[in-house]
Design a protein around this ligand. Structure first.
Ligand code: GLY
Length: 371
């Protein structure tokens, strides 16, 4: 098992990453260490495991047994799968369960699932009794490399995604790469979009290892060692960025590479046509074109990025029904707009990006139209 520490002024924590593939079955992997890992953190006796029925069916027993063997008293709360349940009504139900079982300040909420479960569990943990302990056991690639690390928690408002939330760091992130075997391929690729993002914004060596791989379009094709590299280096990149800027007052915004136009496309297709990672992939291609158009980035590096995205089985083109005019209108209302100016994260070389508010609508339009 490898460990990465997210170093913070208060409440630093470890990301514990198990071995991928080989003889290690899921049962013998680090999920069965969850109880012992949590025991070492001196947490209270009561634990509430929050998951969705499908994930709990796969991995619930092993986690609950491990916790019970380590002396914890375990309760569970299941939320139906899907973004449509990511609202305050579901959080209210978590509070009801916590109340019924008399969870205390020293108790711990464990998120067993993907990004939706992680975000909701973190938000419930941040607010129940003004904050109880929180542990992340991510089961999707996107949650492993992005959502479970860094303490962004929250739920959707009927008028927008993640508008209600809190920064609230977990005490531990425990990753077992082998649980990805039950992840649908489309979700795997969506997670890979965030991995490619780390290569572009932070880690040239990771990018080069991805380029060197023949095919990245599904888990079965990826060598266990490369999978471990993908997860470990992505978590390392995220941990380094978050350690330098926990609350996104500056540097952390680079994690939004590809997200400005990505979010606009997600919203313009009513969150129905594309999963988040697919929209980010299209957004990275668009941001790359803008960077090249502005003379910030070499065209051949932009092409390397786009080829990598294609090799991963992710889309690169803006859906035909979305017009550039719609995109321009929508980016103006992005959550990350600051003082009325749209901020873009643009690459200058592989492994390095800048944050700029100098991208005009004309540049976006020309870059996306290929003029
Ligand atoms: N997913 C972007 C961030 O955690 O800041």
């Amino acid at each position: 098992m490898s460990r990465i520490t997210v170093n913070l002024p208060q409440n630093s924590y470890d990301i514990a990453i198990g071995e991928a593939g080989g003889q290690s079955s899921i049962a013998s992997g680090n999920l069965s260490q969850l109880g012992l890992e949590m025991q070492q953190l001196n947490l209270g006796k009561k634990v509430l495991v929050i998951s969705n029925p499908e994930i709990f069916n796969y991995y619930g027993d092993i986690c609950v047994k491990s916790l019970e063997q380590a002396g914890f008293e375990v309760f569970t709360h299941l939320i139906p799968a899907g973004e449509t349940y990511k609202h305050l009504g579901s959080i209210q139900q978590v509070y009801d369960t916590a109340l019924n079982h008399h969870l205390e300040r020293s108790s711990t909420f464990v998120a067993l699932g993907g990004g939706v479960i992680g975000d909701m569990t973190g938000f419930a943990a941040a607010t129940w009794l003004r904050g109880v302990n929180f542990v992340q056991v991510p089961t999707s690639l996107l949650a492993m490399v992005d959502a479970s690390v860094g303490g962004k928690t929250g739920v959707n408002h009927p008028k927008g995604k993640n508008l209600i939330g809190a920064f609230y760091q977990p005490k531990l992130v425990l990753i077992n790469p082998n649980v990805l075997k039950t992840l649908p391929v489309r979700e795997f690729r969506a997670g890979m979009a965030e991995v490619i993002k780390y290569g572009i914004i932070w880690d040239k060596d990771l990018f080069e290892q991805l380029i060197a791989a023949e095919d990245l379009s599904c888990l079965e094709i990826i060598a266990p060692q490369l999978l471990e590299t993908i997860i470990t280096r992505s978590c390392q990149a995220k941990a380094e960025v978050v350690s330098k800027d926990e609350k996104e007052s500056g540097l952390r915004a680079i994690l939004n590479y590809g997200h400005t136009i990505g979010h606009a496309i997600e919203s313009l297709t009513n969150y129905e046509q594309l999963v988040h990672g697919e929209a980010v992939a299209i957004g990275m291609v668009a941001a790359g074109k803008i960077a090249v158009k502005m003379g910030l980035w070499k065209a051949d590096e932009g092409k390397l990025q786009d080829d990598l995205i294609t090799k991963t089985g992710l889309p690169t083109a803006i859906p035909p029904q979305v017009t550039i005019e719609d995109i321009l209108e929508t980016v103006k209302s992005d959550k990350k707009v600051k003082a009325g100016k749209v901020r873009f994260i643009l690459p200058t070389q592989i492994g390095n990006v800048i944050i700029t508010d100098q991208v005009t609508p004309e540049i976006i339009s020309q870059a996306l139209k290929g003029n």
